[in-house]
Design a protein around this ligand. Structure first.
Ligand code: PXG
Length: 451
């Protein structure tokens, strides 16, 4: 029998059910990526694309890092796989200790999984189990936030607030309330953290008033909402959430899948804002996206709270076949070396003002209704053109045509370049973004007579 034809040609795209993609539209006019190095991708035809988004906010140290490749290869030679249930391998413990040293406060235990979605579901389960272990098993409710993105597990979409990610999937997890999002018109074109909106955290008091704190397990927010078009937190907002959680014994979970590992110029958003959550979810930059990995970082009292049964009792009935996969651990450890040796978090901080100037220089271009930035990331809102998302999608495809990768969320575009980006490459990103915004300005498509 002859093997099937698997050449990745444009006429053989049918079988792959693509995630978060208009499959039929894509397959008529595919955008394929074949190679990556540094801050660039190349298409199969050899067209060079500058990576304005670090892949999907994940390739923080840039593509094709030889050190990570070597570490993965060495690990593959030594031991391909080892289980983590009731046994372990040294690199998992070593990595957890290194992560603990990197984190603020007493967030010194790490639970590992394979993605941000798994990290979020794990964190929600840890929160429930913790309360139950201390005899507060009535604390089962969660509070998320409108426009939040916490991955695609049932837990994550339940506490998340992206309407399209929720509306198709039935009843979701019961017992979830949502804080209001923090995108206020009066903050338009803020540089860095917006001035207005700290009081939106007080909505948590209203929710506590409705259900009573004795029924609420945890609040989960992204310190900077990413997928929804990048919303940095109003000044004082996260501090207020922390205070209210403390007052009522509610755990605070920061979803740092995007903000973790240098995006804001510090190891974590918790460092940047000086607010320490009880649980922190991470993924993406943890392994520079080379081998899938996620994690939940857990504060000592929460970990200790789960250790109060008999010593021979399993502390948490939760885990994945690939928790602390040796290849992921090897990759994550090599990534930590790069972050340290190249001082990439500091580099991200140092580049942020230049990035801020660059993105805000786009103010005044047609249809630009808001620009937000913090650290090495930004969101740009474009006025809708017909159905929501039409202009955003046009901008995304136009940018790709012009040689730049951006993310689209509705009519917002988001950018988050690798932390190894150079100033001249930031200039290039801004230049192509400006051309893109101008190109998608006409109400009718370019080439149809409207300009
Ligand atoms: N939490 C947050 C804050 C995220 O941003 C996840 C959880 C889920 O991670 P996984 O690894 O399960 O995908 C994410 C993922 C975009 C985009 O376009 C963002 C994500 C994923 C894909 C696209 O902004 N974030």
């Amino acid at each position: 029998m002859t093997p099937p034809d698997t050449a990745p040609s444009a006429n053989n795209l049918e079988a792959f059910f693509m995630p978060f993609t208009a499959n039929r539209q894509f397959k008529k006019n595919p955008r394929l990526l074949a190679k990556a190095k540094g801050v660039h991708y190349w298409t199969p035809e050899g067209r060079k694309i500058i990576d304005g988004t670090a892949g999907l906010w994940c390739v923080n140290a840039g593509h094709g890092r030889e050190e990570i490749k070597a570490a993965i290869a060495r690990q593959l030679d030594e031991m391909d796989y080892a289980p983590s249930f009731q046994m372990g391998h040294p690199k998992a413990f070593e990595l957890a200790a290194r992560h603990a040293a990197l984190r603020p406060g007493d967030l010194n235990h790490a639970f590992y999984c394979n993605s941000g979605s798994e990290a979020v579901d794990s964190a929600l389960k840890i929160a429930l189990a913790y309360h139950r272990a201390r005899g507060e098993g009535t604390r089962t409710r969660f509070v998320g936030r409108e426009r939040g993105y916490h991955g695609v597990g049932f837990g994550g979409i339940s506490v998340g607030g992206m309407v399209n990610n929720r509306k198709w999937f039935g009843a979701l997890l019961p017992g979830v309330d949502h804080l209001p999002h923090t995108h206020l018109a009066k903050n338009a074109f803020s540089k860095g953290q917006p001035a207005h909106g700290a009081e939106l955290a007080d909505e948590l008091e209203r929710i506590v008033g409705l259900h009573d704190a004795s029924n609420i397990a945890a609040v989960i927010v992204e310190p900077c909402a990413g997928s929804t078009g990048y919303l940095p937190p109003p000044k004082g907002y996260l501090e207020r959430l922390r205070q209210i959680c403390d007052k009522h014994g509610i755990l605070l979970i920061f979803d740092e899948v995007i903000t973790g590992f240098g995006r804001l110029g510090t190891a974590f958003a918790a460092d940047k804002f000086g607010v320490i959550p009880d649980l922190m979810t991470v993924a993406k930059g943890i392994s520079n996206a080379t081998v899938p990995m996620g994690g939940v970082f857990v504060r000592k009292p929460v970990f200790d709270g789960l250790m109060n049964g008999p010593e021979n009792a399993i502390d948490l009935f939760h885990g994945y076949t690939y928790s602390a996969h040796p290849l992921a651990c090897a990759a994550a450890s090599a990534v930590l070396d790069i972050y340290r040796d190249e001082n990439l978090f500091k580099r991200s901080a140092e580049l942020s003002p230049y990035w801020e100037d660059g993105v805000h220089s786009l103010r005044g271009l047609p249809n630009v209704t808001d620009i937000r930035n913090l650290g090495l990331a930004a969101g740009i809102d474009l006025a809708p053109k017909g159905a929501v998302g039409t202009r955003g999608y046009e901008a995304f495809t136009k940018a790709f045509e012009l040689g730049l990768m951006v993310r689209q969320s509705g009519d917002a575009i988001a950018m988050s370049p690798p932390l190894v980006i150079e100033k001249a490459q930031i200039d290039e990103i801004i230049d192509i973004t400006a051309k893109t915004i101008k190109a998608v300005a006409p109400e009718r498509r370019a080439g149809m007579g409207a300009g």
